[in-house]
Design a protein around this ligand. Structure first.
Ligand code: NDP
Ligand code: 2IT
Length: 450
């Protein structure tokens, strides 16, 4: 980056930090994008004249609301709910809902900002949004989850709609929670419409949506490997997390001949040197989705190592798939991965690598797929669920898997188009930032000053 771009970036970030005090995750996500967009708009001055970056870093609106519900003991509990409607230049706001005790406005702003670029990359007509609540689903009974979801939707419903804003799942929000929220929306609006995605197959859900984020994350790795003349066969793969994204990332790695040796949750990581095969993975799905247990039980059941309180990045492997949460790979973890012979990283989670970690990966010339490209398969199939709902038709599993595969291939191609450097190294972060930006920016310019 030139000296003048560097000072423009510093000046821009200082203003952003002043306007959004203390929102460190939001600062981090914007910096990750602005470092590539600022040099790009110097060469394309219309974007600068129209102040697109300034406008794109201010969410269209943020709704925050009280959510009151009653627990099983009859205690009244109060949580804070949010919806960040970041940008709808290219389609209705679209993005997941997160229920986690650490949810803050900063986290949802970073996620909604990222979502805008990710959704643009899919090629489908979707803007960016994200919502959630500081509700901790761990240890809650099914009835408590239902009551919370209903209370949350009782307020959220007035801000969303199939042509306005279409939420879906994220951390702590899976098929069960989406179903409770959809049921409540239907009841209070008296409309059966495609207002949420990730619905059950019996009521407007799409085949492959459950699998899409994980499968897409592995398809992207497959394309990066292919670009370097390699494949997944026999590669030792480190996967973190053990929720929706981790499970289907593992499933696709296994199907393509890779060897998954780790999984994790917020308690720690398991290391299974023999490899997690399809049968063991079914056991994990049951553990997490039905029994709602801890990953440490895997180590007891299959007699392997459990590293309490640790992430899996100290284990040797050629490929890494962080699929748990933001900032789960530090600079030091990244150095350990590189020293242990890691060749590539595909981010299933949103922003799992810190800025330091990304620097380490890129300096070592690793294949590094940032989340907005690598995990776009989930929202892509959500977009296809919206299409099917509008048509009042359902596509087959095969049809949807093929569409997902080709969308991931197209995102990979766009990353190369905008991210290939002179020495042939592909900077996927730059490629995805610029490719995601152009479509949204051109739409904003077309609308004039609004
Ligand atoms: P789930 O709730 O199904 O699973 C989350 C997993 O990550 C669990 O194993 C959880 O462990 C672990 N985890 C969550 N928070 C932390 C934390 N602070 N520290 C350590 N471990 C943690 O969520 P998903 O699989 O849906 O989401 C995982 C990631 O993928 C998120 O970053 C999400 O934004 C991203 N994503 C999800 C998409 C989707 O379609 N679902 C689409 C695109 C991205 P524990 O149970 O102990 O909390
Ligand atoms: O981060 C994400 O892309 C998601 N949680 C999925 C969003 C969606 O609308 O399917």
């Amino acid at each position: 980056m030139s000296q003048s771009d560097q000072s423009r970036l510093a000046e821009f970030m200082a203003g952003l930090e002043r306007r959004n005090p203390g929102e460190t995750e939001f600062h981090q996500a914007v910096h990750e994008v602005a470092q590539h967009i600022i040099p790009f708009i110097q060469r394309n001055p219309e974007y600068e004249e129209k102040q697109i970056l300034e406008r794109l870093t201010e969410p269209d609106r943020i709704v925050s609301f009280r959510v009151c519900w009653e627990d099983d003991e009859g205690n009244i509990r109060t949580q804070r709910g949010y919806r960040v409607q970041h940008n709808n230049a290219i389609g209705p706001y679209k993005g997941g809902i997160r229920f986690h005790h650490n949810v803050t406005q900063s986290i949802l702003k970073f996620l909604a900002f990222e979502q805008t670029f990710k959704n643009s990359l899919t090629g489908l007509p979707m803007g960016g949004g994200k919502g959630g609540a500081d509700f901790n689903p761990k240890g809650k009974s099914d009835r408590e989850i239902m009551r919370f979801c209903q209370a949350f939707m009782s307020e959220l419903f007035r801000h969303i709609g199939p042509f306005t804003d279409v939420p879906a799942g994220d951390i702590g929000v899976g098929a069960r929670e989406v179903s409770y929220m959809f049921g409540q929306y239907k009841r209070i609006s008296n409309e059966f419409v495609g207002v949420l995605t990730g619905k059950g197959l019996a009521f407007g859900g799409s085949e492959i949506r459950v699998e899409a984020t994980g499968y897409g994350c592995v398809y992207f790795m497959e394309d990066m490997l292919k670009h370097r003349g390699m494949d997944l066969e026999g590669k030792r793969c480190l996967v973190s997390g053990s929720g929706n994204v981790a499970q289907y990332t593992a499933e696709k790695i296994i199907a393509l001949g890779g060897k998954v040796v780790s999984l994790s949750d917020s308690g720690g990581s398991i290391y299974d040197p023999a490899g997690i095969d399809a049968e063991k993975l079914e056991w994990v799905k049951d553990l997490k989705e039905v029994r709602r247990g801890r990953i440490s039980e895997y180590a007891e059941h299959f007699d392997c190592e459990y590293y309490e309180g640790k992430r899996p990045w100290g284990i040797e492997g050629e490929l890494a798939f962080p699929c748990a949460t933001q900032n789960e790979i530090s600079g030091e973890d990244a150095r350990t991965l590189v020293n242990n012979g890691c060749l590539g990283v595909s981010e299933g989670a949103n922003m799992p690598s810190t800025a330091d970690a990304i620097d380490v990966f890129q300096e070592a010339r690793l294949m590094f797929a940032p989340s907005k490209a690598a995990n776009a398969g989930g929202v892509a199939v959500s977009g296809l669920e919206m299409t099917q709902n509008s048509m009042r038709l359902s596509w087959s599993r095969d049809e949807l898997n093929q569409r997902l595969r080709s969308i991931m291939g197209e995102i990979h191609r766009k990353c190369i188009q905008y991210g290939e450097t002179e020495d042939g190294y592909v900077d996927y972060l730059k490629g995805s930032n610029v490719a995601g930006f152009v479509k949204v920016a051109d739409a904003m310019i077309a609308y004039g000053v609004i």
